[in-house]
Ligand binder design. Structure first.
Ligand code: C2E
Ligand code: CA
Ligand code: CA
Length: 766
């Protein structure tokens, strides 16, 4: 207020004080006779002088205030963050603030009186001129963005606002503001870049912190089928397929919360309902307070990559010949089926299928035909089962069929159904095959085990099915067998027995018993050496209980060798004996022994070591030696026969020897099997068989011995048929050495006393 007062007063100053001052001066010539004294005038002058000084002071203060105000406005003008320029109608800059000079990289003095156009980049000259011309109406403002050229600084983008203003003393001027918008431009470019990056091949979905979709890009729409309008506002779970369980998402979000990021493969569902695999990356976006503001999900459809991976998997998990799953995949599926059936408590079925005599197909027809056969078998197997069941090829001629837990609840049901399917497979596979115009027949053996009730490992189950398959094989092939715990128990007993048997062999628990063989007169002519196991707990164990096992575990050769050794040692001991010297001994030899390499040398080695007359030794073979490699058998028999050994064909009539083979074997003797002898008095058929065997022996020039002769009636009937030798309890059961020797000495060359039969010790604990 004070200042405004002092501003208001100075213009009045010349009137009032000067009037008081001037009047006397002006009036002075006319007022000579002024009665006032000089003192009075002096005083008045002094007062005027004081007033003048006061007015002077106020004037100066007003001037200072004005200057300060002007400086402030000049400062505001010069240092404003915006460049100000005044440009004349001729385009020359009349005024400019310091900011404008700084922006254009010039001193103000240089800038003022230069043409504005000089500071515009050549690329924008035309636009500037058009703009300058458009500023034609006073008061009208216009805006333009131009690239400006600083002298020593870089070009920059500027936003220019111009307005035409009138001037008091000349043509209108343009006032121009100049703002550097480089940074703004850069931000814009970055935004554009970001927008471009957003539209990539990868689908992008941006959600709020609580999972509501805020933005999606074009690729997202292409992948998922949902347009931006459809997706925005929905939850991210829109695209879930339901194939991943809750635990999957829980662990995924736990990772995101912990590390801000998750990536991996999952199955999502398109709008069309199609489920597809995708590679997904989820990244959390944080604000400065480290609070999540958004989640960005980028996704790639990996269906194609998957398809390629599947091709690779095809090679790793499928058998290239049949395209069936291989062992690896089958075990994998079996593992899954085990888990599933443990949950549902339903039984699944595992079948082990092995071709019968496939090797001979390969050998006789060639591997390529064998392969074609395997392919046809694979197709038939697949046709026998339902979708969801697995048919796999383990390699060679082994297949596996796995039916997951889709069968009935009761084990009986499952077994019944498994049997039905197994029989269907047997039927289907034994129908003839046509391989390049050749008709071929083939059968399989199937081992079956159920799973799901008890927990077993995959390997254990495969082993069981395999064991059952072997049961089927030994039951004559082209059949099926179930694995059951009875089988399993037997296997356990067997493995215990194996250990014990090995021990027995090393520790002298084995003995040989001798059973007499008599001629038609009842006189002792030979004996059969039969193995016995003098078990420390179980007493005397008969060979039926350990011979088969010894065969299976590979002990039979050692056992057989021991029996031969013992028999030869005995022959040697008897050699000088008046009664026993010259007695023949027969020793049983199994097929495995004969086919073992070096059999001939081994036998001859024993014979020579004990200096035994080879003529006293007879080897008994069963018809099973005819099953494999008959030529090998014949060669070895011939070699031994040439050295003087004799051969008998044991258990004759039970096997399937063809007569042609029988003729080729260098035999001396047939032993009619005791099962026919046992029934010959009650069954005419058995009698006929025994008679035929005896006739056959005669026509082939072989002696025939009847086994298992227990009664006089049997002996008479046999003798009537022309049987030359007899062996059986009627003349003596197998007996220990000392008993046998006593019997032999008592009888001498007379017939054996049939009424005083020594009986074989019977097993105690069995
Ligand atoms: P195998 O060679 O047929 O032996 C004859 C079997 O008939 C013997 O059984 C004998 O005890 C039995 N036997 C003899 N007479 C009668 C009779 O009147 N009635 C009845 N019911 N049976 C009679 P074992 O000693 O139990 O031998 C069984 C089989 O074990 C033998 O049958 C033979 O195949 C095998 N075996 C025995 N010792 C050896 C051996 O050292 N090596 C090989 N590889 N096998 C052997
Ligand atoms: Ca025998
Ligand atoms: Ca026999």
């Amino acid at each position: 207020m004070k200042r405004s007062g002092s501003q208001r007063r100075p213009p009045k100053l010349p009137q009032r004080p000067l009037a008081g001052f001037e009047l006397p001066l002006a009036e002075a010539p006319g007022r000579v006779a002024d009665p006032r004294s000089v003192d009075e005038l002096t005083h008045e002058l002094q007062v005027h002088q004081i007033e003048l000084e006061m007015q002077n002071h106020e004037l100066r203060a007003a001037q200072v205030a004005l200057e300060a105000a002007r400086d402030r406005y000049v400062d505001l003008y010069d240092f404003a963050p915006v460049g100000y320029l005044t440009v004349g109608h001729d385009g020359v800059i009349a005024e400019a603030n310091l900011t404008a000079a700084g922006l254009l990289g010039l001193d103000r003095a240089e800038l003022v009186s230069s043409r504005f156009a000089r500071h515009v980049s050549p690329i924008d000259q035309d636009r500037w001129h058009r703009y300058a011309m458009s500023l034609s109406h006073v008061g009208e403002s216009r805006r333009i963005e131009l690239v400006m050229r600083g002298r020593s600084v870089r070009d920059f983008h500027a936003r220019i606002d111009g307005v035409r203003v009138a001037t008091a003393d000349g043509p209108p001027m343009s006032r121009i503001t100049l703002i550097d918008i480089d940074e703004e431009k850069r931000n814009e470019a970055e935004l554009r870049l970001a927008a471009a990056a957003f539209e990539t091949q990868e689908g992008i979905m941006i959600t709020s912190a609580d999972g509501v979709i805020e933005r999606v890009n074009h690729a997202f729409t292409q992948i998922t089928g949902y347009s931006a309008e459809e997706a925005i506002g929905q939850r991210g779970s829109l695209v879930h397929s339901g194939l991943q369980d809750e635990a999957f998402y829980q662990s995924m979000w736990a990772t995101i919360h912990r590390s801000g990021r998750w990536q991996g493969e999952l199955w999502n569902r398109r709008k069309s309902g199609e489920v597809y695999p995708q590679w997904l990356t989820i990244t959390a976006v944080y604000d400065s307070a480290h609070e999540v503001t958004r989640y960005v999900g980028t996704m790639t459809d990996i269906s194609e990559r998957k398809a390629r991976e599947d091709e690779v998997a095809q090679l790793a998990f499928y058998d290239p010949l049949t395209n069936l799953p291989n062992r690896r995949l089958m075990k994998d599926r079996l593992q899954q089926a085990l888990v599933a059936s443990a949950r549902t408590q339903r039984e699944g079925v595992l079948m082990f299928i092995d071709l019968d005599h496939f090797k001979s197909v390969n050998d006789t027809m060639g591997h390529d035909k064998g392969d074609l056969l395997l392919q046809q078998i694979a197709r038939r197997l697949v046709a026998c089962v339902r979708e969801g069941d697995t048919v796999a090829r383990l390699g060679g001629d082994e297949f596996v069929v796995m039916l997951p837990a889709v069968l009935g609840d009761e084990p009986v049901d499952a077994a019944t159904q498994a049997q039905a399917i197994g029989e269907k497979i047997l039927d289907s596979l034994r129908r003839p095959y046509e391989i390049i115009g050749i008709e071929l027949r083939c059968s399989v053996s199937i081992g079956i085990t159920l799973f799901g009730r008890q927990s077993h490992s995959v390997d254990e189950l495969l082993k069981r099915a395999d064991q059952a398959m072997y049961q089927a094989k030994s039951a004559g092939r082209n059949t099926l067998r179930f694995f059951d715990s009875v089988v399993q128990d037997r296997l356990l007993v067997r493995s215990a027995l194996e250990t014990e048997l090995r021990y027995a062999l090393r520790h002298g628990e084995l003995v040989v018993h001798y059973q007499p063989v008599v001629d038609r007169e009842g006189c002792l002519v030979s004996a059969e050496a039969l193995l016995r196991w003098q078990h420390p707990r179980r007493g005397l164990v008969l060979p039926d209980e350990f011979i088969t096992i010894a065969e299976e575990v590979g002990l039979i050769d050692a056992l057989g060798h021991w029996a031969l050794e013992t028999a030869c040692a005995q022959l040697r001991l008897w050699a000088a004996d008046p009664v026993l010297g010259g007695l023949r001994l027969s020793v049983n030899v199994c097929a495995h022994q004969i086919h073992a390499p070096g059999f001939v040398d081994q036998v001859m080695g024993v014979v020579e070591r004990h200096q035994v007359d080879p003529k006293l030794l007879k080897l008994e073979l069963t018809e099973s030696v005819l099953l494999h490699d008959i030529d090998d058998t014949i060669t070895k028999m011939a070699e031994l026969k040439a050295r003087g050994l004799g051969f008998a064909l044991d258990d004759f009539g039970t096997g399937y020897s063809s007569l042609s083979y029988l003729r080729r074997l260098p035999l001396d003797q047939l032993k009619a099997d005791r099962s026919f002898v046992r029934e010959m008095l009650t069954h005419a058929q058995d009698a006929a068989i025994v008679r035929t065997v005896i006739d056959l022996g005669r026509s082939l020039d072989l002696t025939v011995i009847a086994e298992g002769v227990e009664t006089e009636a049997q002996r008479q009937l046999l003798a009537g048929y022309g049987c030359q030798g007899f062996q059986g309890h009627l003349f003596g059961a197998p007996m220990p050495l000392d008993e046998f020797e006593r019997l032999a000495r008592r009888a001498g060359t007379s017939p054996i006393e049939v009424l005083s039969l020594p009986t074989e010790q019977t097993p105690v604990d069995h």
